[in-house]
Design a protein around this ligand. Structure first.
Ligand code: PMP
Length: 344
């Protein structure tokens, strides 16, 4: 076993420097070597720790934020958890407007971390006063001494990954990375990471993962916002019904779309085969790799890095619940059920 016996001043010192872990079984029959950047190793269990810390510390540097002030954000859960964690250590109040699509365990976790949570309807347009964007905006305007993180439209979201995730992956692959596969929500992860990687080697291929029901892939291909692309889907944190300015579409070579069902099964498969207990979008990213491999995207000797954004424990009432999988009809076509629980 390799050791990590350092002593840290507080939990924030553990943000970033996440491990790159070789995938040994899932990809055994594919051409190329596959590595996962496992962001669940952040203390807040997701990649969002990086942006929470960077955006808050940048506001402090600019003198916009002083202890006792309030930090407000819209979030599907992970960013909220990270902001709440940073707020505790630094002494800020944290208010979060979340989508009703977020899992109950995510919302309870935010409350456990001392945040005040507003749950807003998921299937209303972004400019509806009930949407989580508008609720957060209003709270920010009403509260003196507050900042609005606004992750979808904040350049600092990209910078956080340009400063940390990109250099880490470059170092961990000794500059040999050929492909980066990353889910796109705000687009901060894929944009910041690929900006750094492409500066080192413009040939690194950047592939974004999008959901059916989201506008990102179509926008990338046409630069047009097509409302007809939008319909409800299950995966949280991936895809969007608007065009975030935190996504630099020019840095992304192509997008792949994945289904709710395939992504859910693949998330479960990653846990079972690699021993990495990961979230729904990690399943989506891995599902994209399966599809790309089938299309002949990878060749022997390629070094492919996939980002696994968060931890499976956040999806106990969804992807890791047989009941939920069944209710979605996700067991129907594949003739799969859970056979690992023995009732005596
Ligand atoms: N996966 C999960 C679980 C997320 O919460 C997010 C963030 N919305 C992403 C992937 C996508 O990351 P980004 O916002 O940096 O594009």
């Amino acid at each position: 076993m390799k050791d990590n016996l350092q002593v840290f001043d507080n939990v924030l010192d553990l943000i970033g420097k996440t491990p790159l872990i070789k995938l040994n079984k899932l990809t055994a029959s594919f051409d190329g070597d596959f590595y996962a950047k496992v962001e669940a190793f952040n203390p807040g269990h997701s990649s969002k720790d990086r942006i929470a810390l960077h955006i808050i510390e940048e506001a402090e540097r600019q003198g916009i934020l002083t202890p006792g002030d309030t930090i407000i954000e819209t979030t599907s859960g992970n960013t909220g958890f990270s902001i709440a964690m940073v707020s505790i250590i630094k002494g800020y109040e944290c208010i979060l407007a979340v989508s009703s699509k977020s899992s109950a365990d995510k919302i309870d976790m935010l409350k456990a971390m001392g945040a005040t949570v507003y749950v807003c309807p998921a299937h209303v347009s972004a400019d509806d006063p009930r949407s989580y964007y508008q609720v957060a905006k209003r709270l920010h305007e009403e509260r003196k001494g507050s900042i609005y993180i606004n992750q979808y439209f904040n350049q600092l979201n990209i910078d956080a990954h340009y400063n940390t995730t990109g250099p880490e992956i470059w170092k961990q692959t000794e500059g040999k990375i050929t492909h980066l596969i990353a889910c796109s929500g705000t687009g901060g992860t894929i944009s910041g990471t690929s900006k750094f990687l492409k500066e080192q080697n413009p040939d690194v291929k950047i592939i974004g993962v999008d959901a059916y029901g989201s506008v990102l892939k179509k926008y990338h291909e046409t630069r047009e916002f097509d409302e007809n692309e939008i319909y409800p889907y299950r995966i949280e944190g991936l895809g969007k019904n608007l065009i975030p300015t935190a996504t630099d579409f020019d840095l992304i070579d192509k997008f792949v779309k994945v289904t709710d069902e395939d992504s859910a099964h693949t998330a479960r498969e990653i846990s079972r085969t690699e021993g990495l207990f990961v979230g729904y979008t990690s399943g989506a990213a891995m599902q994209a790799i399966k599809q790309l491999s089938e299309e002949g995207e990878f060749k022997k000797g390629d070094k492919i890095v996939v980002i696994f954004p968060d931890h499976g424990s956040r999806y106990m009432s969804k992807v890791y619940s047989d009941k939920w999988m069944e209710s979605q009809g996700f067991f129907d076509s594949k003739n799969v059920t859970s056979e690992t629980i023995q009732y005596i």
